[in-house]
Ligand binder design. Structure first.
Ligand code: FUL
Length: 487
């Protein structure tokens, strides 16, 4: 067993530098040790960068914006698409102001209508009245994203209710060519979204998708793109459209034997991940700010409130997943004012909640590490899941200089080393008295734990690691508006 006391001060002085180097030394020591032990899946560089994007917007836009349908049939006349005042810079400005890091646009939804003048379809913006057939939403949006420093992502529905080749091998080539067109003309494409939905039904055309070829096309033409689908290869669907990740949420998934769409892993597995999964596969929570995915007039008064969005944030980002919030542009080609007001309110709530870290000044940290005792091993052997990995334990004591009211603790795990924390317990003290105990399992990129407001002088985080050593790289604490935690 060993103890390492660490002080972190606020002042920018020599003393602080010494203290910081101690922290860095400590963390790098942990890092080296963890690399020695850890043979669990770890994220690739592009997956790791994706985790850091945390929150970004989805935009469903196309003929459905004008017809009020959720799933267009593909027979809608192209002229229906005519956003008189389309302004992608307005979309980007609002996204940026709300703290989103990127935008993913439905370049082609199930109706097959392409928001760019694809050479491989006759159902595109080119055939519409909009800008006399000279318009190109992907061009405008990709440029605006560059201007505003936002990542640009593309949703491309494999299911296509319009394309004449759909249902034949030729369609696979169409899909590949469309991806190439997008990568070459509008790149860099940060995320590619392959929707698993397919309602073709018993009388519809059945497509045998050449997924391997699709994956190879991304690898060859845009290797830095992260690909989302029910089973990745880079990011997994979270198994619901409410924006809620599971608790626990493991960044691992077993994909062998599963397919995209029908044949995907059960929703519950997607929601939680696999504890022992073979592949690193973070969860993305897609949810709409409105009841539907596409804008419609009748839902203007049903936009989610900032408080509802905050709750979603706690259950997505706060469980180590990413939040993909759909904010569909309206028929004018604008983000509707109700949606932008709600986004601004959501940003304000996040800022207010997390601007004042109660641990930033003169907090005392003490790490304690010990090897598992016989007793620990005995206890764990009753719990098969943990026993398989238990190697050591670490405690982490945090002492505040004075009592503070708090109701939120955030833990961050060094996921570049994998997800090794399998269980944790936090004991919160007021003076010598333990006043609260929080038990949890997964941490991941960010774990936001909220509780009833309590006066706190110190707390201890007990980490029970899966393999190797602990990987906590951040602990912060806050007092957030209690009304936000009522749900
Ligand atoms: C689903 C689709 O069927 C919806 O229309 C929407 O695009 C949603 C994000 O994914 O599978």
């Amino acid at each position: 067993m060993f103890l390492i006391p660490v002080f972190i001060g606020r002042k920018n002085d020599h003393e602080l530098m010494k203290k910081l180097s101690l922290v860095i030394g400590l963390l790098s020591g942990i890092t080296l040790a963890a690399q020695d032990y850890n043979d669990l899946p770890v994220p690739s560089k592009k997956q790791l960068d994706w985790h850091e994007t945390e929150y970004y917007l989805f935009m469903h836009f196309g003929p459905n914006t004008f017809t009020g349908k959720e799933w267009g049939e593909g027979t809608e006349p192209e002229d229906i698409f005519n956003p008189a005042a389309l302004d992608c810079r307005q979309w980007c400005r609002i996204a940026k102001q709300s703290g989103a890091k990127g935008i993913i646009i439905t370049a082609k939804h199930h109706d097959g209508f392409c928001l760019w003048p694809s050479k491989y379809s006759k159902h595109t913006v080119r055939e519409s009245k909009w800008k006399n057939g000279k318009g190109d939403v992907l061009k405008e949006l990709s440029q605006a994203c560059k201007e505003f420093g936002l990542k640009f992502g593309v949703y491309l529905s494999p299911w296509d209710r319009n394309h004449p080749d759909y249902g034949t091998e030729k369609y696979n080539t169409v899909f590949v060519n469309m991806m190439k067109e997008i990568f070459q003309n509008y790149g860099p494409v940060w995320e590619m979204w392959w929707d698993g939905a397919n309602g073709e039904g018993p009388n519809g055309k059945k497509q045998v998708y050449d997924w391997k070829r699709f994956e190879n096309t991304v690898k060859q033409f845009s290797p830095k793109t992260v690909v989302f689908s029910d089973i990745g290869p880079d990011i997994r669907w979270v198994g619901n459209e409410n924006g809620f990740a599971g608790d626990p949420n493991w960044n691992f998934l077993d994909t062998a034997g599963f397919k995209r769409g029908i044949g995907a892993p059960p929703a519950d597995t997607l929601n939680h991940g696999n504890y022992d999964g073979q592949h690193w596969m973070g969860a993305e929570c897609d949810v709409s700010i409105r009841p539907g995915w596409f804008w419609r007039e009748s839902e203007n008064a049903r936009v989610k409130t900032p408080q509802q969005l905050f709750d979603i944030y706690l259950k997505s980002v706060g469980r180590g997943a990413n939040l993909l919030l759909n904010v569909p542009p309206d028929a004018r080609g604008f983000i509707h004012e109700n949606d932008s007001a709600s986004l601004a309110g959501f940003k304000k709530l996040r800022d207010e909640s997390f601007e004042n870290n109660l641990l930033s000044a003169n907090t005392f940290y003490q790490f304690t590490r010990r090897e598992l005792t016989e007793q620990d091993i005995k206890l764990r052997s009753m719990d098969k899941e943990n026993q398989a990995y238990a190697v050591n334990l670490q405690n982490f004591i945090v002492e505040l200089p004075r009592a503070e009211k708090m109701n939120c603790i955030i833990l961050r795990e060094a996921i570049h080393l994998g997800q090794t924390i399998r269980r944790f317990r936090i004991v919160v003290y007021n003076g010598k008295k333990p006043v609260k105990e929080i038990n949890g399992t997964s941490v991941g990129r960010k774990r936001i734990l909220t509780f009833k407001t309590t006066s706190v002088t110190s707390f201890t985080v007990y980490l029970e690691d899966a393999k190797g050593v602990d990987n906590v790289i951040g602990v912060t604490a806050y007092l957030i508006d209690e009304k936000l935690l009522e749900k």
